[in-house]
Design a binder for this molecule. Structure first.
Ligand code: SAM
Length: 255
């Protein structure tokens, strides 16, 4: 069987296993906020789901990596903000499906959940982060490093192509021993988490590589969009932002 067909079959099953969508359908991100919040807790947080990403975002990861491999864009892959590890596990799965053994997957997280945003600078984020939904229903998105490693191992994808960066992004990313990147996927939700990723990683991204901003459209509880818009303005980046879904966008670096 053709490698692309075999890869496609494996990746489709992997995507559905990671997102608890083998037997269940995923929550509708465009549903009203209350209903989505409830469905999100049931479907992802209180289940064996390993990623909280909608399927369209896993397709986006796959498409970006396939384009990188096809066009020979140099560099490793990183996700900043991994929760139970699912999207990063999927990245390693895509590399494996295409026998790409010369690239690493960097897995960056505090492994103790979201930081507490400064309430004076980021009032909306501070309110949500300290509120009952985030603390009680979502457990502040805190998942320990050992659990994330177990999840990689459960899918047969924990090996020396996977590197972990434990700690707050502001501390780990600036001096991280990463060379060149071809894909940076920022999923740290908040303004500072997003800026820390952009500030530390963008200069390592190859031309032709991709930046995915998971939370670009999460305007009801984060300032992620502002972080990205300010960075793009400061750096005079005019590569088009492409919509993955109503809350996630990405761009391809052209220069
Ligand atoms: C929404 S979750 C990530 C979801 C994940 N990508 C998936 O596939 O399900 C956000 C993650 O970002 C991490 N995080 C956010 N800001 C951070 C920071 N400044 N430093 C380290 N980790 C951070 C949290 O610990 C949490 O695991």
């Amino acid at each position: 069987m053709d490698i692309n067909i075999r890869a496609g079959l494996y990746l489709d099953l992997l995507k559905r296993s990671l997102t608890n969508t083998i037997f269940e359908s995923e929550p509708d991100i465009d549903d009203d906020e209350f209903r989505f919040t409830m469905d999100f807790a049931t479907h992802y947080v209180n289940s064996d789901a390993v990623s909280m990403l909608p399927l369209a975002r896993l397709d986006n990861i796959r498409n970006c990596i396939e384009s990188i491999l096809r066009d020979g864009i140099p560099g490793d892959l990183i996700e900043t903000g991994v929760w139970r590890g699912g999207a990063a596990i999927f990245m390693r799965g895509v590399l494996k499906a295409y026998n790409a053994s010369d690239r690493l997957v960097w897995v960056a997280d505090s492994f103790e959940g979201l930081p507490a945003p400064d309430p004076d600078l980021f009032p909306l984020e501070a309110k949500v982060q300290s509120g009952p939904v985030m603390q009680k229903a979502y457990h502040n998105f805190a998942v320990g490093l050992e659990e994330v490693k177990r999840n990689f191992a459960a899918f047969g994808l924990l090996d020396d192509q996977v590197k972990f960066l434990k700690g707050w992004f502001k501390d780990t990313l600036p001096a991280a021993p990463i060379g060149t990147l071809s894909l940076m996927r920022l999923d740290g939700d908040f303004y500072e988490s997003t800026r820390d990723g952009l500030n530390s990683l963008y200069d390592r991204l190859s031309v032709g590589g991709y930046v995915i901003i998971d939370d670009y459209g999460e305007d009801s509880w984060t300032y992620c969009r502002k972080a990205v818009d300010e960075f793009r303005l400061e750096r005079q980046i005019d590569d088009p932002l492409i919509v993955v879904d109503s809350r996630c966008s990405y761009w391809q670096r052209a220069r």
